[in-house]
Design a protein around this ligand. Structure first.
Ligand SMILES: CC(C)(COP(=O)(O)OP(=O)(O)OC[C@H]1O[C@@H](n2cnc3c(N)ncnc32)[C@H](O)[C@@H]1OP(=O)(O)O)[C@@H](O)C(=O)NCCC(=O)NCCS
Length: 201
């Protein structure tokens, strides 16, 4: 079973084969827009096969609980992909943390769509996936991304030198996170204090 979240303007859902062509067209349309903020493109990114593979990997990762990947579509055209959100490196136990990434179509920038999407998907990750913390890191030059995270309630935690290999070089990043105010300690497996019964002699 995939994730499907509906907001006022968007359908935010787990990748599926019927939208793979839409994802391919999204990266083709946005190559220049995404380049300054993206890791090296994997081989085959410009083929439908690659995006069908992404669909399969995303569904497996959702089942395994290791990542939640979501594609954004407008209500009136569910096959058109206009953005994506990924919660990766999900750790449970005493961390209950994910790392967030996101991108919106250049044509849709400045309309509050990513804020709308992330408000809903973060609520899902806190409420349904039961995370305690979402980490999000951005290049200091990425003013739009910093503004978006601030509006969503992320707080700055630090500055990491040469943090990620982005757009052909190691790039500094500002580290931020948002913590789940409604996290319940019982969500941590084995959180209850263990009682030890002394053995009878
Ligand atoms: C980072 C990114 C998602 C930000 O997108 P965005 O459209 O600026 O973000 P928001 O959804 O918060 O939209 C905010 C803008 O919409 C405007 N807006 C218009 N209608 C709005 C509405 N109904 N509600 C909220 N904001 C609205 C706001 O005023 C604001 O505009 P401004 O920044 O010119 O002041 C986008 O720039 C992007 O995809 N960049 C490339 C990939 C990338 O950098 N990813 C992140 C790597 S860390």
């Amino acid at each position: 079973m995939g994730v499907a979240i509906e907001t006022a303007r968007l359908i935010i859902a787990t990748p599926e084969a019927g939208r793979a062509q839409g994802a391919l067209e999204f990266v083709r349309r946005n190559a220049a827009h995404l380049k300054p903020w993206s890791p090296p493109a994997p081989d085959g990114i410009d083929t439908l096969d690659h995006w069908l593979g992404v669909v399969e990997t995303a569904q497996q990762a959702l089942s395994a609980g290791t990542a939640v990947r979501l594609w954004l579509s407008p209500h009136d055209d569910a096959a058109r992909v206009i953005g994506s959100i990924g919660y990766s490196q999900i750790h449970r136990g005493v961390f209950c943390n994910a790392t967030l990434g996101y991108q919106i179509d250049a044509q849709c920038e400045g309309s509050g769509l990513m804020r709308e999407a992330l408000s809903a998907s973060n609520a899902y990750m806190f409420g349904e996936q039961k995370l305690h913390r979402i980490a999000a890191n951005y290049r200091p030059e990425n003013v739009r991304s910093g503004r978006l995270l601030q509006r969503l309630g992320f707080t700055i935690e630090g500055y990491a030198k040469d943090y990620l290999f982005i757009d052909g070089a190691w790039r500094d990043h500002i580290l931020t996170s948002k913590v789940n105010p409604a996290f319940e300690v019982s969500w941590i497996a084995g959180a209850a204090p263990r009682t030890v019964t002394p053995s009878a002699r």
